[in-house]
Design a protein. Structure first.
Length: 378
């Protein structure tokens, strides 16, 4: 259910009633609110609502726990600033419901859920949170690696049943193993730092290599094929984008070292789930740790899935994810690598700064900078 609230109202409920607005003269407070741009936050949790309510106490602000596409159009109509998380898919149709929209502040690093071309066409600025959790996501990457290397989940499940046998729980050391990092950006580089602490050998593939960093951190850039052929563990850290869509397809899985482990904390779209299931069946991939999976948004709410019409491709994705979930050698987590107290605070702080700097006329962390020079089409 949408949760309406108005930061400027003195603890009062909610959005102004449109009928009341039509029949009575606006109060001074309503007049001042109208002079200020309306901010809409979607995908918000209770603590985020409290945070942003304090941060934007002087603005009309509306909060919705649901993704933007599930918020009634009438509740979005006044939005000048929209803040979302990755569960909100911003398409041209969604934008059409917000004729006054000027800024989308996503509370995430990735922005593949936002149709940038549609935003460009409307002159809408999009900002993200580029650096909040390189250590946060890298630490979680190692949580997955260690859990798989030492059969942690199965071991804990067994002991809960008072079964203390070690059969099938023999693990392997990380020391001396080869880690292949695909996408050595902010997060990938932090993964490399941690890997070096475990005395692992590190290979990296990136379309924009930094040889000096390789020298300082002690890793080697190689081609993707070389990385796949030599790595005991492959960890993905590229952004979700058309150029990385199904980067790990059947052909690439076939080139991996037999018995390797795959970790994906980047985006579900980077891995072709059907190809991964094939590689697991063939024993090419011995185990996988997936914080993100293709179509994760589809099965988030089963009720929604049953209610909505779905074409074959979407149902195939859901089916693949269900099969992956039940593989004994696969750990799936609910897209939570970013989810620590410290990272959430940094996300909220940067989002607040992104919105405030936009309102002051000097936007920060803009991911579609071309739009700043372009005249607005709306
Ligand atoms: N699971 C989570 O909770 C979570 C949290 C934060 C970020 N992420 C994901 O992690 C991704 C990486 O984050 P980051 O902060 O390191 O981003 P970044 O932009 O700093 O690094 C991405 C790197 O990938 C490289 N790259 C881009 N396209 C490539 C390609 N086709 N082949 C090889 N390399 C390519 C870039 O050159 C860059 O070095 C984000 O885009 C997001 O999708 C997930």
């Amino acid at each position: 259910m949408p949760r309406h609230s108005d930061a400027t109202a003195s603890g009062g409920s909610a959005r102004p009633d449109s009928r009341a607005r039509a029949t009575s003269a606006p109060t001074r407070q309503q007049q001042s609110e109208r002079a200020r741009p309306t901010l809409v936050f979607c995908d918000v949790s209770d603590w985020e609502e409290q945070w942003f309510r304090r941060a934007f106490a002087d603005y009309p602000v509306h909060f919705f726990p649901d993704p933007v596409d599930r918020v009634p159009a009438a509740d979005l109509a006044d939005a000048v600033v929209l803040s979302v998380f990755i569960h909100s898919r911003i398409t041209a149709d969604v934008l059409a419901r917000m004729p006054r929209l000027r800024l989308i502040a996503t509370r995430s690093t990735g922005f593949d859920h936002v149709d940038l071309a549609a935003c460009d066409a409307r002159g809408i600025v999009v900002s993200n949170v580029p650096h909040y959790g390189e250590n946060t996501v890298a630490e979680f990457t190692f949580a997955l690696i260690l859990a798989l290397a030492r059969h942690l989940v199965e071991a804990a499940e067994r002991t809960r049943r008072c079964d203390f046998r070690l059969d099938g729980l023999r693990g392997f050391d990380l020391r001396g193993k080869v880690l292949g990092v695909v996408g050595a950006g902010s997060i990938g580089l932090h993964v490399i730092r941690i890997a070096r602490g475990f005395a692992m050998d590190v290979l990296a593939f990136d379309t924009r290599p930094h040889p000096l960093l390789a020298e300082v951190l002690g890793f080697t850039y190689v081609s993707l094929d070389d990385l796949l052929a030599r790595s005991d563990i492959v960890s993905l850290h590229v952004p979700g984008a058309p150029s990385t869509y199904h980067l790990m397809n059947r052909e690439r899985f076939a080139r991996m070292k037999r018995g390797a482990i795959l970790i994906n904390t980047a985006r579900g779209s980077v891995v072709d789930s059907q190809a991964l299931l094939w590689a697991l069946r063939e024993g090419i991939v011995a185990a996988a740790g997936l914080d993100v999976v293709e179509g994760e948004e589809l099965i988030k709410e089963e009720a929604q899935l049953v209610a909505a019409p779905h074409e074959e491709e979407r149902l195939r994705l859901v089916l693949c994810e269900q099969v992956l979930l039940h593989q004994p050698n696969v750990i799936v987590t609910p897209h939570m690598a970013f989810y620590t107290r410290e990272a959430l605070d940094r996300i909220a702080e940067t989002t607040q700064e992104n919105i405030q700097s936009f309102l002051r006329g000097c936007p920060t962390n803009v991911v579609n900078p071309a739009v700043l020079g372009a005249p607005s089409a709306a």
